[in-house]
Ligand binder design. Structure first.
Ligand code: SF4
Length: 311
């Protein structure tokens, strides 16, 4: 076989391998797209996040999560049985090096209504927080107040944030470890000013899926470290711990997440949630009642609860 013939044969093999890899990738992305849209649709339905006539303000930071949120909501809007509007909002906090043109260029290219709010919170934070102290708490408080105001000005009825399943479980762990309370991050809440309803349509979505989606869709990601502040160390540690657990025991984070929707108040210790002080024997056998003396109960691996794990 001549060198030319050999080269042609080799290039034929390469092309076939590339085509197979492309097909596999396209198939995986198609599955991912379906999963993401199904999970977001389900979260919206389960918590009645978006109603007919809503104007949803999607807060866009330029990170993978908020880009994905906007992208998925735009798609769902086209197929939803209800009518709702979307307005994307970015707060330009004047962090050094923030590429101010990236988001407007992207948002114009996809034809969505948007508003860029420019407020130099960076200087305020730098001025008020002593060097070496963490700036995130003041920074987020300022950002929150501005976004609530903007929502009112734009006539938005819902504020959508890009927090996902892993954020929610991490927050639960953080609150348990450092705050001594079982408190996560709600999929829907009334804001602290009482004027806004905040929703988290990505509540059922895994962070790794959002990373894959952002890469696939090639969103123009803006780095999140422009303010010079490090990610909260405790949050980073808990996140790494959860990722490690999930690698060693696949499904553990899913189960923890699902547990947040299956709380048995009679088996916790919050006297505000269950009337321990007033319970009395009823004298009536209950097949589903508790087996207080069954020692094995605490040793067995609990059976998975009947829940909606959305994949
Ligand atoms: S990381 Fe920077 S921009 Fe983000 S909340 Fe903290 S101080 Fe603000």
């Amino acid at each position: 076989m001549s060198d030319d013939t050999l080269a042609t044969a080799e290039s034929g093999v390469d092309t076939a391998a590339e085509t197979a890899a492309e097909k596999k990738h396209a198939h995986e992305m198609n599955k991912l797209s379906k999963r993401l849209h199904r999970q977001v649709g389900q979260a919206i339905g389960d918590f009645n996040m978006i109603e007919d006539g809503d104007k949803v303000m999607v807060c866009l930071s330029g990170g993978k999560d908020s880009y994905s949120l906007l992208d998925i909501l735009i798609n769902l809007k086209q197929r939803a049985p209800i009518k709702f509007d979307i307005v994307a909002v970015n707060l330009d906090q004047k962090q050094p090096g923030f590429p101010a043109e990236v988001l407007p260029t992207y948002l114009k290219s996809i034809g969505v209504d948007f508003h860029i709010e420019t407020q130099d919170t960076y200087s305020i934070v730098k001025r008020l927080v002593p060097e070496g102290k963490t700036t995130c708490s003041l920074c987020s408080r300022l950002r929150r107040g501005i976004l609530y105001r903007v929502a009112g000005e734009l006539g938005a009825t819902k504020i959508a944030l890009g927090h996902h399943r892993d954020d929610i479980v991490t927050t639960l762990m953080l609150n348990m470890f450092f705050g001594s309370r079982m408190k996560g991050m709600p999929p829907k809440l009334v804001s602290d000013d009482g004027k806004n309803v905040v929703i988290r349509p990505l509540a059922y979505v895994r962070e790794s899926d959002l990373a894959a989606w952002a890469e696939h869709r090639q969103f123009p990601i803006i780095p999140c470290n422009l303010c010079g502040s490090q990610e909260n160390l405790q949050r980073a540690t808990v996140k790494a711990m959860l990722q490690d657990w999930d690698k060693k025991f696949p499904g553990r984070v899913d189960n923890m997440f699902t547990a947040m929707g299956n709380i048995v108040t009679s088996h916790m210790m919050d006297r505000n949630l269950f009337p321990f002080q007033t319970i009395k024997a009823t004298g009536v056998p209950d097949a589903n009642g508790d087996i207080a003396f069954d020692e094995d109960e605490s040793c067995e691996t609990p059976k998975p609860a009947t829940i909606q794990i959305v994949r």
